[in-house]
Write a protein that binds this ligand. Structure first.
Ligand SMILES: [Zn+2]
Length: 71
């Protein structure tokens, strides 16, 4: 059974529920009893982003930043 993460907007706590996929969109009640909750997107391996910094950006010197290119 899939597990879904929810966040309570009343108290701000997050909690998980195991429920059938057919009930994934049903309102969930937080452990404190609030029903003002939202379902969070499942976190699927979003950690550890590789080093992908844009390298070798051409040193513009300031021409296209100062306005000389725009006339
Ligand atoms: Zn709550």
């Amino acid at each position: 059974m899939p597990r879904y993460d929810y966040r309570c907007r009343a108290c701000g706590s997050t909690f998980e529920l195991n429920r059938p996929m057919a009930e994934a969109g049903d309102p969930a009640v937080c452990p404190s009893g609030h029903d003002d909750t939202v379902k969070l997107l499942s976190t699927i391996a979003v950690t550890g982003k590789a080093s992908g910094a844009p390298a070798a950006r051409p040193a513009g010197g300031g021409c296209c930043g100062g306005g000389c290119c725009g006339g």
